[in-house]
Write a protein that binds this ligand. Structure first.
Ligand code: ZN
Ligand code: ZN
Ligand code: ZN
Length: 374
């Protein structure tokens, strides 16, 4: 079950994409199944070897090249109400020739960043005069500024993952493996969202590996457990939230380092407002952790944009001078990782509001102590 925005929202996205193409002297956007297609026309198409391709022409019209057998699913989406001409193709036809036949004068075409390489290859083979460029500069500009309706969806996704974190303490039992815990969490994510996307359960020394894959290690008393989880809602918006748990009282050293992490996370979050650069949000947390002698253990950027994909623009990293504007949405997730010992991370999704951060997550950020009553 997918749900959709108003048609006016999709129409405005299509119009803005075409306008941006004119600015960048791109004749057409070629968009295959993936987040860009869903963003522009609401069609959550299944990616397959058959070519489905939305052709957004800089000066109109818009067309959708689509296998005849997929027409029904396409027309069940908002695109049926948009001004898009359908070009169905039969199993024995060559869809790349069809694409070339509607783009005979195109000299610069932008292919979506998630297009399968083989499709970009065949498109190039059939349109040798059309120079291919990535569609990212068109699409990312649009997608990284969330509309009011999208912010509501991100908040709903955040509330959904908060409800999962609320249940996490009951899944954490000494003696259970990380994998057993992960499968219970995945079920809870799927209940609260349309689908579960990922589950990181990193316990004990594994918590020092930021993207640890759940293993057969059993939870022990005294373990620190980093739980980083996310899912996708029916409208396609992603959640992503990390909380750190402790099986029983943590060591005094770990507790004081965690307090530094929490203060760095809160300071970085509080700094969010229009005009502040992505890299400065990272620097605020990094400088705070460095002052607490934890800088060397903060192994990754502070965050990433989020929306129809878990990781998208803007990336919150040193070297990204992008100045935040209202509607940018991203994670703030500093951590520290002492190899062989333990690690911790705190992650929230934040939207840049008109004069400060809008938080999408609301669970306590303190180290969550789970009493070992197994
Ligand atoms: Zn990550
Ligand atoms: Zn995460
Ligand atoms: Zn994240």
């Amino acid at each position: 079950m997918s749900s959709y925005f108003d048609i006016a929202e999709y129409q405005s996205r299509l119009d803005r994409a075409a306008a941006r193409c004119r600015e960048l002297e791109i004749d057409a956007l070629l968009i295959t199944p993936g987040p860009d297609l869903r963003y522009l026309v609401g069609y959550h198409a299944h990616a397959s070897e058959r070519l489905t391709c939305l052709v957004v022409s800089a000066n109109g019209p818009n067309r959708l090249i689509i296998p005849t057998l997929e027409r029904g699913t396409a027309l069940a989406s908002p695109l049926s109400e948009l001004d898009i001409e359908l070009i169905p193709w039969e199993e024995t036809e060559n869809p790349y020739q069809l694409a070339a036949s509607v783009l005979t004068t195109a000299r610069r075409v932008a292919v979506d960043d998630r297009m399968w390489a083989i499709k970009a290859y065949y498109l190039r083979e059939h349109m040798p005069k059309a120079h291919q460029v990535p569609a990212g500069p068109v699409m990312n500009e649009l997608r990284m500024v969330k509309s009011a309706a999208e912010i509501i969806e991100l908040q709903a996704a955040g509330a959904a993952i908060d409800r999962v974190h609320e249940q996490v303490p009951q899944f954490l039992k000494v003696g259970r493996t990380e994998r057993e815990i992960a499968s219970r969490i995945a079920e809870a994510i799927a209940v609260e969202h349309e689908q579960a996307d990922f589950v990181i359960v990193a316990a004990g020394p594994n918590s020092a590996s930021p993207h640890h894959l759940p293993s057969n290690r059993r939870l022990q008393d005294g373990d620190v457990v980093v739980i980083d989880i996310g899912g996708t809602t029916a409208t396609g918006y992603c959640s992503d939230s990390t909380r750190t748990y402790s099986m029983g009282e943590p060591s005094a050293d770990f507790a004081s380092e965690y307090a530094e992490l929490l203060s760095a996370q809160l300071r970085a979050t509080a700094s969010v407002k229009p005009g502040v650069s992505c890299e400065s949000v990272d620097a605020i947390a990094r400088n705070a952790l460095t002052a607490a002698d934890l800088g060397d253990f903060f192994l990754h950027r502070i965050g990433h944009g989020i929306g129809l994909e878990t990781h998208e623009e803007p990336y919150m990293v040193a070297g990204n001078p992008h100045k935040l504007v209202e509607g940018n949405a991203f994670s703030i997730e500093p951590g520290f990782y002492r190899e062989g010992v333990a690690g911790a991370r705190i992650e929230d999704i934040v939207v840049c509001g008109p004069d400060g951060p809008i938080l999408c997550n609301d669970r306590p950020r303190e180290l969550l102590i789970v009493e070992g009553d197994s």
